[in-house]
Design a protein around this ligand. Sequence first.
Ligand SMILES: [Cu+2]
Length: 182
Amino acid sequence: MFRRKAVSFKIVSAFLLCGALLTGAAVTAFAQAAQTFSVRLVPFEILGAPPTVRAGASLVFNATTEGNHNLAIDGNGVDLQPSTPNLRDTSGTISFRALQPGTYNLYCPVGNHRERGMQVRFTVVAGAVTGPGGTAVGLPRTGGAAGVTGAASAAGAALPIGLAIAGLASGAAGIILRRRAT
Ligand SMILES: [Cu+2]
């Protein structure tokens, strides 16, 4: 009787521990997923750039160009040059590492394109969410308290996934504990 109680306590502990760990892992994975955006680089404009992106997740721009262009990012203490060749009348991908919250410039580093208008400002927001195709979901227009909505929906999406994994993991933990008990 005592032994049986001890085992079920272990299973409950394992369930809670797995739940906590895996929910945390799911939230982290959600935050770190790359953000993908489609942009057009034309003389002399950057079209379709996102005004707001998430912090802690890399940025992937699928660019279609008219003329010879590329993308670079500066501001808030960073100076990120493109790691891929310029794109001349073609399509390609330009990627950047994850950024900290703040305000940045996305610009074309080719020739004097930046001075001629190929620059847009964007804001990096902690905990914000982007939907399919980089569409902003629940983001504040003016950097206000609406950002909480983004964070809440991120947790809302991650929690069921975490719990589902936790359920599977606790089942596995139960099997292991039962084997040890015999
Ligand atoms: Cu350019």
